[in-house]
Design a binder for this molecule. Sequence first.
Ligand SMILES: NC(=O)c1ccc[n+]([C@@H]2O[C@H](COP(=O)([O-])OP(=O)(O)OC[C@H]3O[C@@H](n4cnc5c(N)ncnc54)[C@H](O)[C@@H]3O)[C@@H](O)[C@H]2O)c1
Ligand SMILES: [Zn+2]
Length: 359
Amino acid sequence: MRQVNVALGRRSYPVYIGSGPLAQTGSYLRGRGFAGRLVVITDTAVNKLYGAVLGKALEADGFQVSTLEVPPGEAQKSLERAGKLYLALTGVSAERTTPILALGGGVVGDLAGFVAATYQRGVPLVQLPTTLLAQVDSSVGGKVAVDHGQLKNMIGAFYQPAMVIADTGTLMSLPEEELKNGLAEVIKSAAIRDGAFFTFLEENIDKINSLDADVLEEIVYRSVSIKAEVVAKDELDMGLRRILNYGHTIGHAVESAADFKIKHGQAVAIGMVAAARIANKLGRLGQGEVNRLRVLIGQAGLPTEVPNLDVEKIMRSMQHDKKVRGGRVKFVLLKSIGDAVVTDDVAPSLIKEVLTGRK
Ligand SMILES: NC(=O)c1ccc[n+]([C@@H]2O[C@H](COP(=O)([O-])OP(=O)(O)OC[C@H]3O[C@@H](n4cnc5c(N)ncnc54)[C@H](O)[C@@H]3O)[C@@H](O)[C@H]2O)c1
Ligand SMILES: [Zn+2]
């Protein structure tokens, strides 16, 4: 079992990483002083796979468990679903001290987290992430949200969990597509902050793709360590935390130009390679490093080229991104593999040049 601490003063919390800790959730909760009633929020697919293991473990430790299920899918991250969950929480007599356990991927984590942040002005939240993306990214850092209208993650809060338990054993049942989706964020973490980790990924990509248990545990541990360090330095996303958006400026625009028919991880992969080409054209990143990034992303089964989409549409949605301030698009650029900077000094003509693949 590995442990990473997210150092945020009184709101600090541990992230437990390893194969199997889901079955020890009860003792971890007891160790943090929780007792009595608790509520698990999960989706139907994850509940079928892991609901019984978790429920049994919690009951064996003396907890009274109520489980609230939602259907899988991004559409559940809505105010409407949150509203139903508030009523269901009242229905099971959840109180201000009743913890909410979010068992599932990033959708469940963001939704249950949003509900935990707002129900009775906030109840304790425990993240039990079961996708690679949720383990390395969404469960750590305290961003919780629902979507509203056309806009993703528009209604939300910063609300740190009391604890995160990332059971890498749950990744064994993950569909291949979902593994790749999370791998994009793993590669991103290494690229912006840890060159040695990037080399580890290059050397172990075959083991990652074949779900080697030790290697999976290692990549979750190292990705969480990077996120924890960045979040501890900039909890509210005012500076350093923006480097976590590497590949996301173009990525989000590609996702939205594709009407969200392309997965987030694929869009981020495309965005990372495009941003590396931009950095190269600006003389900041060597061609050899652009190639290393492109090769690793390809070996992870992720796309590296901008799909055949309307470039004007991509450019327009980039302008609408919520991270744009004063009309300038914020870009994260690599200075080298393992080191990133944030800049708003990328000319639209250069972005367009890279998107259209013109030399
Ligand atoms: N809060 C943050 O900082 C943050 C960061 C990144 C992404 N996000 C959010 O995360 C969401 C995406 O999360 P996701 O990629 O985990 O998607 P998801 O939660 O939709 O899960 C993907 C699918 O995998 C299934 N699943 C989950 N665990 C499984 C398992 N162990 N075995 C088999 N199937 C399993 C789910 O039922 C679902 O159908 C988005 O809404 C995004 O906005 C949030
Ligand atoms: Zn992302």
